[in-house]
Write a protein that binds this ligand. Structure first.
Ligand code: ADP
Length: 371
């Protein structure tokens, strides 16, 4: 059912697939046995799809090519991101836990009145951690993640995006529990409809909407354990979003620019693997970063983190550095990141989000946001 990229395998115990540390060869025999036991594409006792990609019975020929392309370009079994990698944003993490993680883990509890949202939208200025949050949700829930960016859809799947959506939702159900993630969803389904809109884009949109209705219909979710598919989208331009899609992305969570506490925590998270001089006070640096996004702060930290190395290279040739390394003397040279490094990097940069733009997000949040 899952792709294996390391020394892992699957074992079958009491009708369940379990991760083991077997080699692929060892696991292969067992998976073959499993195919024989439950039949191609049927479901095991726990309701999960059994068998690998090749066992998907609903696709053949041309569509099988799409299945393979989606598996290659979009499907991630483990995103490797957790909430701990993301500084601050506690409210958003809490909401995502409730709106996405728990319904994926406990589908039998989220029925009736507690039925999960059709879709969840993360909106806010660029570089505030929306994509990271979406990946962390999949990481925390331990579910398959279909990452559909507008760039992949328009370049890789140009002209077949309608077919692709159909295939994508079928696959998401097959691999369920799973998340379908649309990065920059406004670019895929914008409100710039009318005459200017391309026919293919219109068809893509209506296909997307009908599948979103499908997964949230009682028969689509059916309360079957492990069968939940969630749709998650992000946008930097929520006002450009197609209205019908906006209505289906029922839970809309604002991810704003980081406040002082968030910026301080971000500096701590980003610089946790770097030797930092004692003189550096994260909070006073964060005060000077008002209006900077997480991505801006990351760039400043990256630039500053290179400065101790640049100082060393200015004094020593590569051959001398190699010799220091060989004789074990390199570790005794101070390569700490100084306050001067960070201040210099900060002065060279400017916030990527204009001051006026934040009002636009706050206004959209008060008009359409869920929180
Ligand atoms: P968005 O999707 O909102 O445009 P991303 O999630 O792609 O932003 O974030 C861009 C980069 O900024 C990330 O790779 C990460 O390094 C950094 N970043 C942004 N917000 C945070 C955060 N809250 N904690 C840690 N890093 C962050």
């Amino acid at each position: 059912r899952k792709e294996c990229r390391g020394p892992v395998g699957l074992s079958v115990a009491k009708g369940r697939l379990e991760w083991t540390n077997w080699s692929l060869e060892q696991a292969e025999g067992h998976v073959e046995g499993l195919y024989a036991d439950v039949g191609q594409g049927q479901r095991g006792e726990d309701g999960r799809a059994a068998g690998g990609p090749r066992s998907m019975p609903m696709f053949s020929g041309e569509d099988q090519r799409l299945v393979e392309a989606i598996e290659g370009d979009m499907l991630t079994v483990s995103t490797g991101v957790t909430f701990d990698d993301i500084a601050s944003l506690d409210a958003a993490k809490g909401l995502l836990n409730e709106a996405v993680v728990l319904p994926l883990l406990m589908p039998d509890f989220f029925t009736g009145l507690r039925e999960p949202w059709k879709g969840v939208l993360l909106f806010g200025p660029p570089g505030t951690g929306k994509t990271m949050l979406a990946k962390a949700v999949a990481g925390v829930a331990g579910v398959c993640f279909f990452n559909c960016s507008s760039a992949t859809l328009t370049s890789r799947f140009r002209g077949e995006s309608e077919k692709l959506v159909k295939c994508l939702f079928h696959m998401a159900a097959h691999y369920a529990p799973s998340i379908i993630f649309f990065d920059e969803v406004d670019a895929l389904a914008s409100s710039r409809g009318d005459e200017g809109e391309h026919e293919a884009s219109r068809r893509f949109k209506s296909e997307l909407l009908s599948h979103m209705d499908g997964i949230s219909s009682p028969s689509g979710r059916s309360g079957e354990v492990g069968k939940t598919v969630m749709v998650l989208g992000t946008t930097n331009c929520p006002w450009d979003l197609d209205e019908a899609l906006r209505r289906r992305l029922e839970k809309r969570i604002y991810i704003p620019l980081p406040d002082l506490a968030a910026r301080t925590q971000m500096l701590q998270v980003l610089l946790k693997t770097v030797k930092v001089a004692e003189e550096v006070c994260f909070e006073s640096l964060a005060e000077q970063m008002q209006g900077y996004s997480g991505a801006d702060i990351r760039l400043i930290c990256r630039d500053a983190a290179m400065m101790p190395m640049r100082r060393l290279v200015a004094k020593k040739s590569p051959a001398e550095i190699l010799e220091l390394k060989r004789t074990g003397q390199l570790d005794s040279i101070d390569t700490s990141l100084t306050l001067g490094d960070l201040t210099k990097a900060l002065k060279k940069s400017s916030p990527s989000v204009g001051a006026g733009e934040t009002h636009k997000y706050a206004k959209w949040d008060s008009d359409f946001g869920s929180c």
